[in-house]
Design a protein around this ligand. Structure first.
Ligand SMILES: [Zn+2]
Length: 134
């Protein structure tokens, strides 16, 4: 059998060899090298996927921690806020909703109160609280 000069020749040869080895189950040589190569490639891909999962998980945890920190900071600020203006008087804004409930909010720390929850020293004139006309 002649060998036509082709650049695909060695590739074809290898493929033929692998195929015959696969059929005969002969151990060693090209087949095992290729299997080992494939194995390494798969292990590498698995490791990369595992790393991706680890990073994603860490990012999620960091995000949750960051949100909790932000909430903690908010609560700390609200606990330590006088809710009054620097020169005195409540720093409170309010809004009346369609159910005639009053919502009050500190303009500095964003703490909120509903109706009578607002401490008396922070009460503002309800004339200044807007909302839908009944
Ligand atoms: Zn406040």
């Amino acid at each position: 059998m002649g060998r036509p000069p082709s650049k695909n020749n060695s590739l074809t040869e290898k493929a033929t060899l692998v195929a015959s080895l696969a059929q005969s189950g002969t151990p060693g040589s090209e087949m095992e090298k290729m299997a080992a190569l494939l194995n390494r490639k798969m292990l590498k891909e698995e490791a990369a996927e595992e790393e991706e999962r680890t990073i994603a998980l860490a990012a999620r945890e960091a995000g949750a921690k960051s949100m909790q920190n932000k909430r903690d900071m908010e609560l700390y600020q609200q606990d330590n806020c006088s809710h009054t203006k620097p020169l005195g008087g409540p720093a409170i804004g309010g809004q009346r909703d369609h159910k005639n409930d009053y919502h009050f909010m500190c303009l500095f720390c964003s703490k909120m109160w509903l109706n009578g929850e607002l401490p008396s020293h922070l009460k503002i004139s309800l004339d200044r609280v807007g909302g839908p006309t009944a």
